[in-house]
Design a protein around this ligand. Structure first.
Ligand code: DGL
Length: 277
């Protein structure tokens, strides 16, 4: 089968956890990753701003040859998926629907706690997606977790304390019977060890990064995505069996440094882009 060209969009670094998931399940695709590092975080911004930024990024990825767009950013998916779909002429997949489906399949008690950025939680996008699957949810914004992960404090006592405070509240007050914690933010997969320690023992963690990767895999293997061979541009970087190119709106150096922690491997082929509004 020809290799699909998959565009992955995020507000910055976190979407690399989604790319990591994609590389595991579709190692032979061509990837174009766009991180809007000059304009992050999206999690504290308004619907209008996030929608405008996300549509610009989607158009950019399409111009670069993306045949399928994965919106790795939970905030952009929650706030602007429909606008992005309207702006794009290729298929667009967000993280909310696959994450909600996986959480629903994993929950026996039909009660799920969802954590995410302020904007994702205020949109109630996860709550609506879960309610459509007959799952009751409690949503909790955890705004301090993104900066702690970007600081590299993924195994730090302070981060554990913060997570304990957020989740202690979430799993009490009538939601003690929740048996799934849905990680509704690109950064949270890096906190899995801490999150496991601070939630009740029977709680399963469902990762929206893994979930969307499996959804993309289904789509690609079903042949729904329009696929074609990408001409082998000489500057393309090989990551595992896949080719990947990275575009960022802020420092290439910083992306190289921080990005490696999210992707779990070195990143080389990075281009700085300036999106004109
Ligand atoms: N990528 C964002 C998300 O998944 C987190 C970082 C940000 O706020 O930009 O919601």
């Amino acid at each position: 089968m020809p290799r699909p060209v998959i565009g992955v969009f995020d507000s910055g670094f976190g979407g690399l956890t989604v790319l990591k998931g994609l590389l595991e399940v579709i190692p032979d695709a061509e990837y174009l990753y766009f991180g809007d590092t000059a304009r992050l975080p999206y999690g504290s911004k308004s619907v209008e701003t996030v929608a405008r930024y996300a549509c610009e990024a989607a158009r950019f990825l399409e111009q670069q040859g993306a045949e399928l767009l994965v919106i790795a950013c939970n905030t952009a998916t929650a706030l602007a998926l429909e606008q992005i779909r309207a702006a794009a002429s290729v298929k667009v997949l967000g993280v909310i629907e696959p994450g909600a489906q996986r959480a629903a399949a994993a929950s026996r008690s039909r009660r799920v706690v969802v954590i995410g950025t302020e904007a994702t939680i205020s949109s109630h996008a996860y709550q609506k997606a879960l309610a459509a699957l007959q799952i009751e949810s409690l949503e909790k914004a955890c705004p301090l977790l993104v900066p702690l992960v970007e600081e590299g404090w993924v195994e730090h006592a302070v981060t554990e304390q913060v997570a304990k405070l957020y989740l202690g509240e979430a799993f009490s007050d009538g939601f003690g019977s929740a048996d799934v914690l849905l990680l509704g933010c690109t950064h949270y997969p890096l906190l899995k060890p801490i999150l496991h320690r601070v939630v009740p023992e029977n709680v399963r963690l469902v990762d929206s990064a893994e979930s969307v990767a499996l959804a993309v895999q289904n789509l690609v293997s079903a042949g729904t995505a329009e696929v074609s061979r990408l001409s082998k541009a000489p500057q393309q970087e090989r990551i595992g069996a896949a080719h990947a190119r990275f575009f960022v709106t802020d420092s290439v150096e910083k992306f190289r440094r921080l990005g490696a922690r999210f992707l779990g491997q070195e990143i080389r082929d990075i281009t700085h882009v300036d999106l004109k509004e």
